[in-house]
Design a binder for this molecule. Structure first.
Ligand SMILES: Cc1cc2nc3c(=O)[nH]c(=O)nc-3n(C[C@H](O)[C@H](O)[C@H](O)COP(=O)(O)OP(=O)(O)OC[C@H]3O[C@@H](n4cnc5c(N)ncnc54)[C@H](O)[C@@H]3O)c2cc1C
Ligand SMILES: *[C@@H]1O[C@H](CO)[C@@H](O)[C@H](O)[C@H]1NC(C)=O
Ligand SMILES: *[C@@H]1O[C@H](CO)[C@@H](O)[C@H](O)[C@H]1NC(C)=O
Ligand SMILES: *[C@@H]1O[C@H](CO)[C@@H](O)[C@H](O)[C@H]1NC(C)=O
Length: 430
């Protein structure tokens, strides 16, 4: 067991790393340093550097439902409450949804209606009239839409939540190394045990425990992870509203058609209404190794593929048709760490004498857990075993995944993954 005064290094100042810094300081660990390669927190390369993320409690799997209920209770405490907005979650399919999407929606709805704490907040909705009665701001035709509204759920302003925890942990004595001082090149080992890290500028920093929380970059810092975790992305875009439009849409629920995508209440500071299409996402597979990595530089990910754009416009056409032809701004591909079963990895790296912990595999649904992720790391460090007791969060043995259906069995994913190189926007002709 690592002593509370031992030097601990956390690599990555995103959602998992900051939550870990918070919980470890709150539990008496006194020598914690966070290394983050961006010059700022919220880091621009964090999947959580975003206006909002869905915080919905109902999962198809009760294990995650119970965790989210705990997370939501913590979202309502002083540090997190300014960043949590319980607007409700309108969760539907449109009339054109494939059978897989309809079946998934049903399982989510059953999960919400089965849970005694969530159930009182759930209203089933069978058609346009029922939806527009509860969501009066919408004037779209909602063709074939049906599903439910869950008022237990909401969203978090994820970039601002990261910033709040950054300030809180800094005030509690956590040291932050940012930019070139925080860009970690490797974990340094001696006789199979980590001694610390080396930054890309060559500087060594000693630690008794290294916690790797670099999101989609996991395979760069812990190459042994192989294809247990791959970098995957989904696209994001926004409509820039007027003050009046933003104000008129205040309080709308997160609005999600499983076959199209989703959007959020507009952000009152920036007047941006954020849109995400739902689909299989994009990989950037290295053909030599079969492992997908985050492409270099933020600029190469600053676009939305055309098919995604058509899809989010269809979503607006169904709900808020006046916005359907507006320009889309601040488009980007958001990279996260995906696992084939959608379970997180919160475990020691094998063969390191318990000197390295990997936090990854958020699988695109980890931000809602931001207030409590660090408590899982504390439990791991203080537990009796040198292995994650929760089997689904263990280091996964490599079972020779077949690339063709990698992750395709996760029910809530719809559509095939494409390769980053095949979705490049058309370059202007010279
Ligand atoms: C489009 C999209 C929508 C999403 N929507 C939701 C949602 O609605 N609800 C939800 O719960 N979750 C959602 N997520 C998932 C959520 O964003 C992630 O689960 C969460 O951000 C994962 O946190 P992380 O700390 O593992 O990774 P990140 O937040 O990405 O942080 C990793 C950090 O490591 C840093 N780093 C990388 N390499 C190095 C290095 N070598 N040295 C130092 N630092 C390094 C990066 O700069 C980054 O800041 C979404 C993700 C995407 C992409
Ligand atoms: C934290 O650990 C580092 C590395 O061992 C050491 O140099 C530093 O003095 C320690 N700081 C405190 C406050 O104990
Ligand atoms: C690593 O192993 C070598 C060779 O057995 C030994 O000389 C050295 O002291 C060891 N280093 C540590 C830090 O244990
Ligand atoms: C750990 O070491 C054992 C024994 O040498 C080896 O079989 C195993 O593959 C190693 N695991 C990893 C993840 O490197």
């Amino acid at each position: 067991m690592v002593a509370k005064s031992s030097p601990i290094i956390i690599i990555g100042g995103g959602a998992f790393g900051l939550s870990t810094a918070l919980h470890l300081t709150q539990n008496g660990y006194t020598n914690i340093s966070v290394f983050e390669k961006d010059t700022q927190i919220p880091p621009r390369s964090s999947a959580a550097n975003d206006l909002n993320k869905i915080v919905r409690a109902e999962y198809e799997d009760p294990f995650y439902t119970d965790l989210t209920i705990k997370a939501i209770a913590t979202w309502k405490t002083a540090l997190f409450a300014p960043h949590f907005h319980q607007t409700g979650f309108l969760h539907c399919v449109s009339g054109n949804a494939p059978a897989k999407a309809i079946a998934t929606l049903k399982r989510f709805q059953e999960s919400a209606e089965r849970h005694p704490q969530i159930q009182p907040h759930v209203v089933p909705l069978t058609d346009k009239t029922a939806i527009r009665e509860l969501c009066w701001q919408y004037d779209g035709q909602f063709p074939g839409w049906n599903g439910y509204l869950n008022r237990f759920d909401g969203y978090a302003h994820s970039a601002n939540a990261l910033k709040a925890v950054y300030h809180a942990t800094q005030a509690a004595g956590v040291r932050f190394f940012l930019g070139q001082h925080g860009d970690v090149a490797e974990v340094v080992y001696e006789n199979g045990t980590s001694r610390g890290i080396r930054t890309s500028s060559g500087r060594f920093h000693a630690a008794e425990l290294v916690i790797v929380a670099v999101g989609a970059a996991a395979a760069k810092i812990v190459p042994e992870v192989g294809d247990q975790v791959v970098a995957k992305s989904w696209s994001v875009a926004h409509v820039h509203l007027t003050d009046e439009e933003t104000s008129a849409l205040r309080g709308i629920p997160i609005t999600y058609a499983r076959d199209l995508g989703f959007f959020f209440e507009p952000d009152p500071k920036t007047n941006l209404l954020k849109l995400c299409p739902m689909g299989g996402g994009y990989l950037n597979t290295d053909p030599r190794t079969g492992v997908s990595h985050v492409p270099e530089g933020l600029a190469s990910s600053a676009f939305m593929p055309l098919d995604d754009e058509l899809q989010v416009r269809r979503l607006l056409q169904h709900t808020l048709p006046a916005l359907a032809e507006r320009p889309l701004v601040q488009k980007w591909l958001c990279w996260f760490a995906d696992t084939s079963d959608s379970d997180f990895i919160i475990d020691y790296v094998p063969n390191t004498s318990s000197s390295v912990v990997l936090l990854s595999g958020d699988s695109g649904h980890g931000f809602k857990m931001f207030p409590i992720v660090g408590s899982w790391v504390k439990d791991l460090l203080e537990g009796p075993q040198r292995q994650q007791p929760i089997a689904r969060w263990r280091w996964k043995s490599q079972k020779g995944q077949t690339k063709a259906n990698w992750g395709g069995d996760v029910s809530w994913r719809l559509g095939e993954s494409k390769e980053f190189k095949d979705i490049q926007p058309n370059k202007p002709k010279l």
